[in-house]
Design a protein around this ligand. Structure first.
Ligand code: PDD
Length: 289
């Protein structure tokens, strides 16, 4: 089946979909994006993703491309036209096309692009075995809370992980604390069984999966704390895992050369994954036992 992309008001064959060479996203990474999971044809945590998209646009003073209502109509149409049942929807909005000048153009129109594709987000094999991560210095800018398309350090980090045979790279700030993965948020379960994830500040992206997991933890009596944790703490942790729209909840079983816990996915991690899968399925969450 041929894929369809939405490009500035038109639905085009994916292979012919293009933006202008002077699109500011292309020249300056002057744009933002969202990735939303599709499960059973439904957009998961749609409102939270739209809230974050609006916030990212606001922080960069890019005008919203469409009203929220119109945006949701296009989003559904892109999913429908690509016949995505389980997969992802990608939304990108840039400051549009203008002659190359760093400062904002006097006249411009926000350029909106969307694509969708079928893909298996569950990756049960990875969930069963757990994944490995390496650690790298965090060389990013100081507004990682904005979901900008400027992802060069993330690209380099993920490539380093891949070359090391790892799934992800956890980035470390100057004080030795883990910020987050290159496209995922980082979590550990401390020696005392407490769930820990970094508090949201400008050093990390406020993940929507992170938000949902915290909400599920709260509603299911899982004790947690939002605070930075060091690499040493992570390596000595009882459990570790990562979260994102495309990874859902995946156990981490090794960090660099350190085996986490007994080298198998942790029990709390797997329970949280189950809660999250139930959340995606829209079913009542199973009880933690
Ligand atoms: N990445 N941190 C970073 C740097 C990310 O890029 C992402 C998401 C996350 C997790 O956020 P969420 O739970 O809202 O997906 C954390 C997306 C999936 C991507 O770039 O493909």
């Amino acid at each position: 089946m041929s894929r369809v992309a939405y490009v500035e008001g038109q639905y085009l064959p994916h292979r012919r979909a293009a933006v202008h060479i002077e699109d500011r996203g292309y020249q300056f990474s002057d744009g933002v994006y969202e990735v939303i999971a599709v499960e059973g044809g439904r957009l998961i945590d749609e409102e939270s993703h739209l809230d974050r998209l609006e916030r990212s646009l606001r922080e960069l003073r890019i005008a919203p491309p469409l009203s929220r209502r119109s945006l949701t109509i296009v989003m559904r149409e892109v999913v429908r036209r690509n016949r995505v049942v389980n997969g992802i929807l990608y939304i990108q909005a840039t400051r549009g096309t203008a002659p190359r000048e760093h400062a904002f153009p006097a006249q411009n129109k926000t350029a909106l692009v969307m694509t969708a594709r079928q893909t298996d987000l569950h990756r049960e094999r990875l969930a069963q075995d757990g994944v490995t991560v390496i650690t790298i210095p965090d060389i990013r800018w100081r507004r990682c809370d904005i979901k900008s398309v400027s992802l060069l350090p993330n690209v380099l980090g993920k490539q380093a992980a891949q070359e090391a045979g790892a799934f992800e790279a956890w980035q470390i700030d100057r004080d030795g604390f883990i910020t987050e993965g290159t496209s995922t948020n980082a979590w550990i379960v401390g020696r005392d069984g407490l769930l820990i994830t970094r508090s949201t500040d400008t050093a990390i992206l406020g993940g929507i999966t992170r938000l949902s997991v915290l909400d599920l933890a709260r509603r299911n009596g899982v004790e947690f704390v939002e605070r930075p944790f060091t690499v040493g703490e992570a390596k000595a942790a009882r459990e570790a895992f990562l979260t994102s729209t495309t990874s859902l909840v995946l156990p981490v079983v090794r960090i660099d050369d350190a085996v986490v816990g007994n080298g198998k996915p942790g029990s709390l991690t797997l329970k949280i994954r189950d809660l999250y899968l139930a959340h995606m399925a829209g079913a009542p969450a199973p009880h933690l036992g």
